[in-house]
Design a protein around this ligand. Structure first.
Ligand SMILES: *Cc1c(COP(=O)(O)O)cnc(C)c1O
Length: 401
């Protein structure tokens, strides 16, 4: 693991304090949840200036809100961006960004292994607007560079990918995109700003499903996009009209969760690495997908661009879907659910969670075995999780042949 750079040393302080100083109403030490739909003015000239964006303030809740603003500020600081804007969900952030950047006749290059919902935007929705979508094999950097060189307006990346944890070289692909003037968008949900900093590697925009690690407690949905003032302004403008606004209560829950982001991620990095090592040697496990393992095909890229390998791994049981049916209900320290990045460990097969929208054929094309389990490590004691996995595997042994 590399030494901590300056911004990484600071990040644990920013998760706690970032964006929060301004709003300490009547001495309250916590960000107030402002549920007001509109914001009143007695002075119509002041009102006018705020409405025109010439003076700070809020007008109407679909546009801006003080609690939501603090959330955007905190993520903006963590991603070292000029600007940030938030959305009701991660998918709203992703679709809002793509619909802002792309017009009919444009071309977008991406990978086959994006998040299921994102994949659906590429396959179903963008083509309806006559946007040409080219999805390459995820591991194939040469193919990506070739497609980028043919010209495109947007290069859309996700790394590590969901659910097989492939890793893409953000710096290398951003260089290729710059040559053709394309905007580089990176979904940083799996890595978090603690482990990976796409803007520093050459990306133009970084997106999070805040529902996952940023919030960390599986109790609020949200999304956020960070980047230059110029790009984020355009995306914000689409959002304020499209209306997929983050709710103030959700913003508050996400903010509270983010105060412990650095502690959670450090623990999850450590736990996941140890669990991945041990599972990879287990006789009933066919394969473990985790970028922290030295035999992971993109381990060298992960070491270069990440300061931790994250809390999510996948593993395939010998015995496929039959083994999974037996194994999952035996886990006592895991929610079997369609989520990740929470303080509790969460496990589930991609065929019923992240990639349920895809057909079996599509999943096979994406290299997702039907018997795969995605395992998002929580903040429980590592030894308890290991014991839990081991006992569940023991009870599955007879169908793992
Ligand atoms: C969950 C997820 C999304 C979508 O986020 P929602 O908040 O559920 O809309 C996008 N990208 C990745 C990598 C995700 O894991």
């Amino acid at each position: 693991m590399k030494e901590l750079r300056g911004w990484e040393r600071m990040i644990g302080t920013q998760t706690v304090w970032g964006g929060e100083e301004e709003y300490l109403l009547q001495g309250s030490t916590q960000v107030p949840v402002v549920h007001s739909v509109s914001f009143g003015y007695k002075d119509i000239d002041e009102w006018h200036e705020v409405a025109l964006g010439k003076r700070e303030g809020h007008i109407y809740g679909r546009n801006t809100n003080p609690t939501v603003h603090v959330f955007e500020e905190k993520v903006r600081l963590l991603e070292k961006a000029e600007a940030a804007t938030s959305f009701a969900t991660g998918m709203a952030a992703i679709s809002g960004t793509l619909f802002t950047l792309l017009s009919p006749g444009d071309r977008v290059v991406s990978i086959k292994d994006t998040y299921g919902g994102t994949h659906q935007i590429f396959r179903e929705f963008l083509p309806r607007f006559h946007i040409d979508v080219k999805l390459t094999e995820t591991h194939d950097h040469e193919a990506l560079e070739e497609e980028i060189a043919k010209g495109c307006q947007v290069l859309y990346l996700e790394t590590p990918t969901n659910p097989t944890l492939k890793v893409l070289d953000i710096a290398r692909l951003s260089r290729a995109a710059k040559k053709v003037g394309a905007t580089v968008v990176v979904d940083n949900t799996f890595a978090t700003p603690i482990n990976q900093h796409p803007l520093g590697l050459g990306a133009d925009l970084v997106i999070h499903s805040a529902t996952k690690f940023l919030g960390g407690h599986a109790d609020a949905l949200g999304g956020v996009v960070c980047g230059s003032e110029e790009l984020v302004k355009k995306i914000y403008h689409y959002r304020e009209i499209n209306g997929a606004t983050l709710d103030p209560m959700a913003a508050y829950l996400l903010l509270r969760g983010m105060k412990t982001l650095h502690l959670r991620i450090r623990q999850q990095n450590q736990s996941a690495l140890r669990i991945a090592h041990i599972l990879s040697q287990h006789p009933l496990i066919d394969a473990v997908y985790y970028p922290g393992l030295p035999d992971h095909p993109h381990h060298d890229i992960a070491v270069k661009q990440m300061s931790g390998f994250g809390g999510v791994m996948s593993f395939a049981l010998k015995g496929g879907i039959t083994a999974i049916r037996r194994f999952l209900p035996q886990l006592t320290h895991a929610h079997c659910a369609a989520n990740l990045g929470a303080v509790e460990t969460v496990a589930g097969p991609p065929r019923t969670t992240s990639h349920v929208e895809c057909t079996e054929e599509e999943r096979r094309e994406m290299g997702i075995p039907e018997g795969l389990i995605r395992y998002s490590v929580g903040i429980e004691e590592t030894e308890d999780l290991l014991q839990d996995l081991t006992q569940a595997l023991e009870l599955t042994g007879d169908v793992c042949s």
